[in-house]
Design a protein. Structure first.
Length: 284
């Protein structure tokens, strides 16, 4: 009997017993994974830059400014262009007096008695002074000096960043005053009038007022004048309140989550920049 004939009964028995090992093997399904390069499920929305609107205003102003031939601008911060072209003066006279007492004395004290002696004199002096006081002044006056400087610096900085040609008021006044007499150099209104004729095309006046109802505590009155034609291009008021940071969802005790506004960004620098951006919006 051959070997094949001997194995035949055993093979028949295995087939009758059930499926083979190859038939019972089932490969396991791979673990669920995300495809590469695809975003996560429920990805958070992109963060919003609170200054995006201001940057857009600056870009629009820059395009308008370039198209207008890059005209020179002069900022009157905390000053206004009044109708008086020359300063008015008034004579003021003051008088002061002072009295001075001088003396010397001695005292002697003994058992049960005392004696003293003194002598003295008094002198007085008086002084009078007369001078000229300027009655006309275009300065507006404002509160805290550090706040004022921070706002002014940021207004100028925002315009400079947008490519504007800003003429310095003090520099142009000194330039025109060098050609004037000593008396005329004391006349600020006259010097400002001469300065405005030095090729300056736009005058920007920014006048701040304390205002308890304003979110920043200040209301700024802004006026933009086109000097060659003496026409007003814009006049408006603004609080200078910068955009708040993005709102956030905050967990509360037992109440789930609530959406809260972002923190305030009211620094003198950001307030000044906002005043500049609001002005740029009017000049597009």
């Amino acid at each position: 009997m051959t070997a094949l004939k001997l194995l035949a009964p055993a093979l028949a028995a295995l087939l009758a017993a059930g499926p083979t090992l190859a038939q019972t093997y089932r490969p396991q399904a791979p673990a669920v994974t995300y495809r590469e390069g695809m975003p996560e499920v429920n990805a958070p929305p992109p963060s919003v830059n609170p200054d995006a609107g201001n940057y857009s205003a600056s870009s629009a102003f820059a395009r308008w400014y370039a198209g207008a031939g890059r005209p020179s601008m002069l900022l009157f911060w905390n000053r206004q262009l009044i109708e008086d072209a020359t300063s008015q003066y008034d004579s003021v006279q003051t008088a002061s007096s002072a009295a001075v007492a001088m003396g010397e004395g001695a005292a002697v004290r003994g058992r049960g008695w005392a004696a003293s002696a003194s002598s003295g004199m008094a002198a007085s002096a008086s002084e009078s002074r007369q001078y000229q006081e300027r009655m006309t002044d275009s300065s507006y006056g404002f509160r805290n000096t550090n706040f004022s400087r921070g706002v002014e610096t940021s207004i100028l900085g925002a315009f400079l960043s947008a490519g504007a040609r800003i003429v310095d008021r003090e520099a142009v006044i000194r330039k025109v005053s060098a050609k004037q007499s000593r008396e005329d150099r004391l006349d600020i209104q006259y010097l400002e009038t001469l300065a405005l004729g030095q090729g300056i095309q736009y005058l920007i006046e920014v006048l701040p007022d304390d205002d308890l109802a304003s979110p920043t505590g200040v209301t700024f009155t802004v006026k933009v004048t086109h000097l060659p034609t003496s026409t007003v291009r814009a006049q408006f008021t603004t609080s200078g309140d910068p955009p708040r940071a993005a709102a956030k969802w905050v967990a509360t005790n037992g109440a789930g989550f609530e959406k809260r506004a972002g923190p305030s960004r009211q620094t003198p620098q950001l307030i000044g920049a906002q005043v500049a951006y609001d002005t740029m919006t009017k000049l597009r």
